[in-house]
Write a protein that binds this ligand. Structure first.
Ligand code: ARG
Length: 462
């Protein structure tokens, strides 16, 4: 039985048309068109390699390169017509290429399958987007260092259990955020290292009988190597899972910062004021200024965690090699990229511009008996065992609470009721300044340490 040529690129063996619903159900072009530019880069590299090994002649290579450049332009200018009938980004571009340049376009797919093509495209795309995430992290870290420098001496309460624990400097607190981001940056670098391996040449699953120069294509696309095993290269999406895990951890860090900024900007704390640009009001309560951006970032952490679980579940138990399941990797991955980049961008811009209410921070540290540990350390230095010192200070704090004053506001006589080895030098430590200055140890909160840490962090960003 003879048939009409088929619009579907794989239509040769089919007698019936695909059900229209199934066509739409299986198509990915609505979301994978995001890969168009990396798909074109991959195709150009593949074509140059085919030319190098003699599969394409000079004219054919030229035509392909020019055709792909035209297509790129059409896409960038939103003139390209995407068709669901052509299923995905790969076949849309290839069909247009053949329309533009004729038979040479049909030779491009020599020694290639959509399976190694998509596995390559996602790697190229993710590599580029990870680099963007890393730039945003760096920008945010830079802003944190500048703010930390301004507040190396600014005293605030440090918390455990969200109860005032010991005085710290705001600079020290901000440097803790810096460290979280530094590890996030490093995790992303590790992810790129593992994903930067080129699948092209794996073809559908088993490799190809054409003598492709895979090393050459890898070099053109700046991959560190060509994959060693074709079955693995076309099928595994562990690199996408790894990125989502890294993104989930980074979002978790951002959510912690978000939470603190939300608490700090509340009327009850009043530690900071967020710029109006990052807040909105209430349609019913005229007095409200809501910290929307930090709240959204905190909330968006949930969807990134969800995407990680989606990808893990997608990959779980898949037999080798490629399965169509993998088409489902894209939406979670793309949304993870968008969410992480958006959140980083918002914080990189917002956080360095927060206004700090130093007086409120100072008063809060003072009210929480934050220097009680310093009094205990003082007694230990005078020869008391730490447990006894703990008990003595507990009694002193109970007394001060009763008198409604801070330890530093008690007189020497009052303090001596609890232990007579307490001398006038105790007041150097009972002040908040004395307390933070005393923690002049590597990693500690003393202003001198904070300045030292900032200098070290600046080196990392160089
Ligand atoms: N759209 C597919 C994906 O995202 C491309 C690979 C399709 N390969 C195939 N044999 N159907 O994974």
């Amino acid at each position: 039985m003879s048939k009409q040529p088929d619009a579907r690129m794989w239509g040769g063996r089919f007698q019936e048309q695909t059900d229209e619903f199934v066509e739409a159900f299986t198509a990915s072009v609505e979301f994978d068109q995001r890969l168009a530019l990396v798909d074109i880069s991959g195709s150009i590299a593949h074509a140059r390699m085919l030319h190098k090994i003699g599969v394409l002649n000079d004219q054919e290579l030229n035509a392909i390169q020019q055709g792909l450049a035209t297509i790129q332009q059409e896409i960038e200018q939103h003139q390209f017509v995407w068709s669901i009938k052509l299923e995905d980004v790969h076949m849309n571009i290839e069909a247009r290429l053949t329309q533009l340049i004729g038979d040479a376009g049909k030779k491009l797919h020599t020694g290639r399958s959509r399976n190694d093509q998509i596995a390559t495209d996602i790697r190229l795309y993710l590599r580029q987007e990870i680099s963007h995430c890393q730039q945003l992290i760096r920008q945010f870290q830079q802003g944190l260092l500048d703010l930390a420098e301004q507040h190396a001496q600014t005293i605030m309460p440090g918390f455990t259990h969200l109860q005032v624990a010991q005085p710290i400097t705001l600079g020290h607190h901000l440097l803790a955020w810096f460290e979280m981001l530094e590890r996030d940056h490093g995790r992303l670098a590790g992810c790129v290292k593992r994903l930067n391996v080129m699948p092209l040449g794996s073809a559908a699953l088993a490799g190809t009988s054409y003598p492709l120069d895979r090393e050459y294509t890898a070099q053109l696309l700046e991959f560190s190597s060509a994959s060693r095993n074709s079955l693995d290269a076309v099928s595994d999406r562990d690199f996408a899972i790894e990125f989502c895990a890294d993104a989930a951890i980074c979002m978790t860090h951002l959510s912690r910062m978000a939470e603190e900024m939300i608490i700090w900007s509340s009327a009850q704390f009043d530690f900071i004021t967020l710029s109006d640009r990052y807040c909105t009001g209430s349609s019913i309560m005229p007095q409200k200024k809501n910290p929307d951006v930090p709240e959204l970032v905190r909330g968006k952490t949930g969807r990134v965690n969800g995407h990680l679980i989606s990808l893990l579940t997608l990959m779980k138990s898949q037999p080798l090699a490629y399965n169509k399941d993998n088409q489902e990797d894209k939406e979670p991955l793309f949304d993870t990229i968008d969410t992480l980049q958006g959140s980083l961008r918002a914080f990189a811009d917002m956080v360095p511009n927060i206004q700090v209410n130093q007086e409120a921070m100072y008063q809060a540290a003072k009210q929480g008996y934050a220097t009680a540990t310093d009094l205990a350390d003082y007694l230990v230095n005078k020869g008391l065992p730490f447990r006894d010192a703990h008990e003595v200070v507990g009694n002193a704090v109970a007394y001060a609470i009763d008198q409604r004053k801070d330890l530093s506001e008690c007189s020497l006589e009052e303090l001596q009721q609890f232990d007579d080895c307490i001398g006038p030098d105790v007041f150097d430590l009972l002040t908040l300044e004395g307390s933070v200055n005393a923690r002049d140890i590597l990693g500690g909160t003393a202003p001198d340490q904070v300045k030292f840490q900032i200098a070290q962090c600046r080196q990392l960003l160089k």
